[in-house]
Write a protein that binds this ligand. Structure first.
Ligand code: FES
Ligand code: FES
Length: 157
């Protein structure tokens, strides 16, 4: 079937099988491999994207459900060579090891800070509870969120 989706501001069209997920559409058909494919069960958050402004696990959404809608991926956060402030904070805080979970965390943190620019620790933990990391022990990720919040100084990411 043919699907047309507005991805990071540009309309894209692709042929997919009716059971294809939004994640498969993004990665396999459109070549946007920033969103990672780990569990394919909505458990790990590594495939997080925005669909019409709402954070979703792209592995749980059918490509067909995204037809005619707006998708924003981690690739949409950067301008040219410049990292997004949240991405910079992850690097500076040492919150990246293998990096497989990082795009999903970055998307979740941008989403959190857009709704709450100065979240307290329980709020951060709750917002990131759907994202799994097998490497960092999470402490440096929490540090990165605080650093990103201070870098942004209350402005929306
Ligand atoms: S791959 Fe989608 S939540 Fe894990
Ligand atoms: S840095 Fe490896 S899974 Fe998070």
């Amino acid at each position: 079937m043919r699907v047309r989706v507005r991805v990071n501001g540009a309309w894209r069209t692709a042929e997919v099988w009716p059971g294809a997920s939004l994640l498969a559409l993004l990665r396999d058909a459109l070549g946007l491999c920033g969103s990672k494919n780990a569990c394919e069960q909505g458990e790990c958050g590594s495939c997080s994207v925005w669909l019409d402004g709402e954070l979703v696990c792209a592995c749980l959404v059918l490509a067909a459900q995204a037809d005619g809608r707006e998708v924003r991926t981690v690739e949409g956060l950067t301008t040219g060579e410049d990292l997004h402030p949240v991405q910079r904070a992850f690097v500076e805080a040492g919150a990246v090891q293998c990096g497989f979970c990082t795009p999903g965390f970055v998307v979740a943190v941008v989403d959190l800070l857009s709704r709450d620019p100065d979240p307290d620790e329980p709020r951060i933990r709750e917002a990131l509870s759907g994202n799994l990391c097998r490497c960092t022990g999470y402490q440096k990720i929490l540090d990165a969120v605080r650093l990103a919040a201070s870098k942004l100084g209350g402005s929306s990411p």
